[in-house]
Design a protein around this ligand. Structure first.
Ligand code: BEZ
Length: 171
């Protein structure tokens, strides 16, 4: 069973990946304050994650931050070296924060892992987006199929202009 709304994020260690480096961090430290959007993907370098899911988060990270998120993070169940190489390809300017959960500690604690034996990927994450405020889960969106990008598309997390107070100037 996966974590529920209103619960605190599990506190485990993950690797925060920056340009060709990684640092071990607790999830309470990196996701525990402010408003955080966490995009969980089945795997770095997999086709759907690389071509469809992540690129719009990279190109629209600024909009998400401007709309009130303090951090937009991507976490993948791979080694820090793999996530680092992937981040360099996908987001060389590091608009997103990248994390590697090769130990599956975060994914298992959230109850958001799966296996896809036909795809030979081993245990991996489900495709999900978590919205948290000060370490408390406010919303969890999970795709029915790991090969789909429907409810976890970035569009679902961008507020329409009227909700953020943009108005056409009267003539
Ligand atoms: C993907 O392309 O994102 C993907 C591939 C295999 C398993 C899960 C996801």
């Amino acid at each position: 069973m996966s974590v529920g709304i209103g619960e605190r994020l599990p506190d485990v260690r993950v690797a925060q990946v920056t340009a060709r480096r990684f640092v071990s961090r607790s999830t309470a430290q990196v996701f525990g304050s402010g408003r955080v959007l966490i995009v969980g993907v089945p795997g770095a370098f997999t086709p759907v994650c690389t071509t469809r899911h992540l690129p719009p988060y990279v190109s629209r990270a600024r909009e998400l931050l401007d709309q009130g998120y303090d951090e937009v993070a991507c976490i993948a169940p791979n080694s820090p070296w793999t996530v680092s190489a992937w981040a360099e390809t996908l987001d060389p300017d590091l608009n997103l924060q990248f994390f590697a959960d090769g130990n599956m500690a975060f994914g298992r604690a959230l109850g958001l892992t799966t296996t896809l034996p036909d795809l030979f990927i081993g245990e991996c994450y489900r495709r999900f987006v978590l919205e948290c405020q000060d370490g408390i889960i406010e919303a969890l969106t999970v795709e029915n199929s790991e090969l789909d990008v429907a409810c976890t598309d970035v569009e679902a997390f961008i507020k329409p202009a009227q909700e953020i107070g943009w108005r056409r100037r009267p003539n």
